[in-house]
Design a protein around this ligand. Structure first.
Ligand SMILES: C[S@@+](CC[C@H](N)C(=O)[O-])C[C@H]1O[C@@H](n2cnc3c(N)ncnc32)[C@H](O)[C@@H]1O
Length: 209
């Protein structure tokens, strides 16, 4: 009974319902993992791992994953789903991302942060990348100025606890990406075009490869 009341259980149920028409919550995350072009043994830091859906997919692809989250209960769910991952309890805006990594993964986390925090997290992620490394982001996509877009905005603003989500729907992530000295190498709309996968790399002037 306790399990059904837990944040992690409710999060997974909400995600299952939310992405049902897009082939399921795991499938949406799989688009992100596929876009990362991982090689076996790649070192990956995942920021805001939640219940570990992306973590488990990364491990299945042979990555060595360190996953960070601020909530012990979410980390516990990740431990059950992806026992091979190294887990860190901490704040992603200040956590030490450790030695250089091949990929940083941020799935449905940036919409929780304000613009300054988003740029800071992206900048810290960029600083942690090995030459040739990249950052994979999955989050809500900008909405179009149509009736369907307006309806989706209202709907999302109702169930998303963070008021910052509207900034992503307005396309403000683009500015944060630039502010962090990054550029979009790949952009792919997923989940019936409601979310997008971005692969970010240091912009040409700053690249170390
Ligand atoms: C919407 S969930 C996404 C979870 C997972 N990445 C996914 O794709 O399902 C956001 C997660 O980020 C974590 N989070 C949000 N802000 C954070 C912060 N400043 N530091 C660490 N974790 C944070 C929350 O605890 C939550 O587990």
């Amino acid at each position: 009974m306790e399990r059904f009341r837990s944040v992690s259980f409710r999060y997974d149920v909400l995600n299952a319902a939310l992405f049902l028409s897009a082939g399921g919550s795991r499938r949406v995350r799989r688009h992100l993992v596929e876009a990362l072009s991982l090689r076996r043994g790649d070192r990956v830091v995942e920021l805001g791992c939640g219940t570990g859906q992306v973590t488990a997919a990364l491990i299945r692809r042979g990555a060595r994953v360190t996953a960070v989250d601020a909530l012990p209960e979410m980390l516990e769910a990740t431990r059950r789903r992806a026992p091979a991952a190294e887990l860190i309890l901490g704040d992603i805006t200040t956590a030490d991302l450790g030695p250089v990594v091949d990929r940083v993964v941020i799935s449905f986390v940036l919409h929780n942060l304000d613009s300054t925090q988003r740029a800071e997290v992206l900048k810290r992620a960029a600083d942690a990348l090995a030459p040739g490394g990249s950052i994979g982001v999955l989050d809500w996509a900008p909405t179009r100025p149509t009736r369907t877009g307006a309806l989706w905005r209202r709907c999302l603003s109702t169930f998303e606890p963070s008021t910052n989500v509207v900034e992503l729907l307005d396309g403000e992530l683009e500015r944060d990406v630039e502010a962090a000295g990054l550029e979009v190498a790949v952009r792919r709309r997923v989940a019936n075009r409601r979310a997008e996968v971005l692969i970010l790399m240091p912009d040409a002037g700053e690249r170390r490869d």
